[in-house]
Design a protein around this ligand. Structure first.
Ligand code: UGA
Length: 449
């Protein structure tokens, strides 16, 4: 009989993983402690914007017409414990308030999930952590599981970090570029090979490691990506000082396939719920392990990144003639990246907020992130379109690179603004048509004409 899968925590990661497991052919039961979320998902609806996820969910959720019925959701831990052969733990791990480290305390994520699930596990099963955790957590949680589970050694732990990107969550989950598992036994490896037989059969590499290595793969990967972005942003600083063009520079170094073209887009830097939090938690953990020097460079990565936001504010101030007072600033973009409605630690909103606090009249437009932005920054003004946001603006800031903004008509927008001044904080707009339409066009790390 095919394995039965449960997914604990139905946020971004969990909802996508549950739908993907159903797509791979398994019977899946998703659990969340928030009743409203369970009701929403059970109706085939997703509480966030993620391309393709709602469609995938609706293909499988029991009760939705024409669905396979392989996917259900519940708030009942007993049901989950009785149902699952493999339990994926997908709860989030927030940063501690006022500190760099991860909050692993009770009620804050993985620990709480294990403590609630384990005493109910009275038959053989595998509990698989997917959340991003400080290295050493899996070994500790394995001991906890062994202590609490009535099934004893028959209830085992594995670690299987997730590398999905928001905006590509479905694709990344169904066709991951690698699957990494941290296991303590052959049985655990066998079970995970069975779960992932589909993608592995299609050629996805399957990397088997111990617990600490598997945990570290995740934080190391995100740290590398953050470092790549801050590297190119540091080059942007140099280019601005020396009159160079960082976009050309990135293209040219990217042809070296040891370097590669990806993640070398200079701009206002990285944000979101993962990269900033993960590098800080990684530094905190290295400190606990007595090897803080190994990650001192990440502090620099972080500060280059934060500096980009301040730099954008300065460029905007310059464009406004040295002061924000009495000036109108249009901000295009609120999400931390395109194809997402996520505004957590969004560089765009951070810049918008700073300008607002310094007296500018900021109007924001984002194709999908408006509701979340309004909730986070209720004092900013919001418009229903890029053109409305740009109405009578003294400067337009392009801060999240939605394709919608690449398709804007510079001539049309020029008629809406007070001054045709645009700053591209993401280096994805083509300067030529904007300049041809009479705009003063500046971009981070590129020469101002
Ligand atoms: C990131 C990783 O890319 C995923 O592999 C990982 O699974 C995920 O975190 C996680 O830990 O869960 P995500 O946060 O969705 O995914 O976003 P990214 O696509 O990595 O982008 C992060 C930020 O970097 C965005 O603000 C983006 O605008 C910025 N960025 C990206 C740049 O400034 N320049 C670039 O060249 C690329």
């Amino acid at each position: 009989m095919s394995l039965r899968i449960t997914v604990i925590g139905t946020g971004y990661l969990g909802a996508t993983h549950a739908a993907a497991m159903a797509e791979l052919g398994f019977e899946v039961l998703g659990l969340d402690v928030v009743k409203e979320k369970v009701e929403l998902l059970s109706a085939g609806r997703v509480p966030m914007y993620e391309p393709g996820l709602e469609e995938l969910l609706r293909t499988h959720v029991a009760g939705v017409e024409g669905a396979t019925g392989r996917l259900r959701f519940t708030t009942d831990w007993d049901e989950v414990a009785a149902f699952g052969d493999v339990h994926f733990v997908c709860v989030n791990t927030p940063q501690k308030h006022g500190e760099y480290g991860c909050d692993m305390s009770y009620n804050a994520g993985v620990d709480a999930a294990i403590d609630t699930l384990a005493p109910r596990l009275d038959r053989p099963c595998l509990v698989v952590g997917k959340s991003t955790v400080p290295v050493g957590s899996a070994a500790r949680l394995a001991r906890r599981l062994a202590e609490l589970a009535p099934a004893g050694e028959e209830a085992e732990l594995a670690w299987n970090p997730e590398f999905l990107r928001e905006g590509f969550a479905v694709e990344d989950t169904l066709r991951p570029d690698r699957i990494v598992v941290g296991v303590a036994s052959e049985r655990a490896e066998e079970l995970l090979r069975e779960v992932y037989a589909g993608p592995v059969g299609d050629g996805t590499p399957f990397v088997v490691a111990d617990y600490p290595t598997a945990e570290l793969v995740k934080t190391a990967a995100n740290s590398f990506l953050a470092t790549k972005i801050s590297f190119i942003n540091a080059m942007a600083e140099i280019c601005e000082a020396a009159g160079g063009d960082v976009v050309k520079l990135a293209e040219a170094i990217g042809y070296d396939d040891r370097i590669g073209k990806k993640f070398l887009r200079a701009g206002i830097g990285f944000g979101g719920g993962c990269l900033p939090k993960d590098i800080r938690a990684f530094m905190a953990r290295a400190g606990e392990l007595g090897v803080d020097q190994a990650l001192t460079f990440l502090r620099e990565v972080d500060s280059i990144n934060m500096r980009r936001r301040a730099h954008m504010v300065e460029l905007a101030r310059e464009a406004c003639g040295g002061t924000f007072l009495g000036r109108r600033i249009a901000v295009l973009g609120a999400a931390f990246k395109p194809d997402s409605d996520d505004v957590r630690d969004s560089p765009a909103l951070n810049v918008a907020g700073q300008i607002h606090l310094q007296g500018g009249q900021v109007t924001v437009y984002d194709p999908k992130g408006m509701d979340n932005a309004r909730r986070e920054f209720p004092t900013l003004r919001y418009a229903d379109s890029a053109e409305d946001a740009a109405g009578s603006a003294d400067v337009v800031l392009h801060l999240t690179e939605w394709s919608e903004f690449r398709n804007l008509d510079p001539r049309r927008l020029a008629r809406a603004v007070a001054t045709a001044h645009l700053i591209d904080g993401r280096n994805t707009l083509d300067p030529a048509p904007w300049r041809a339409a009479g705009w003063t066009f500046r971009a981070i790390g590129r020469p101002a004409l």
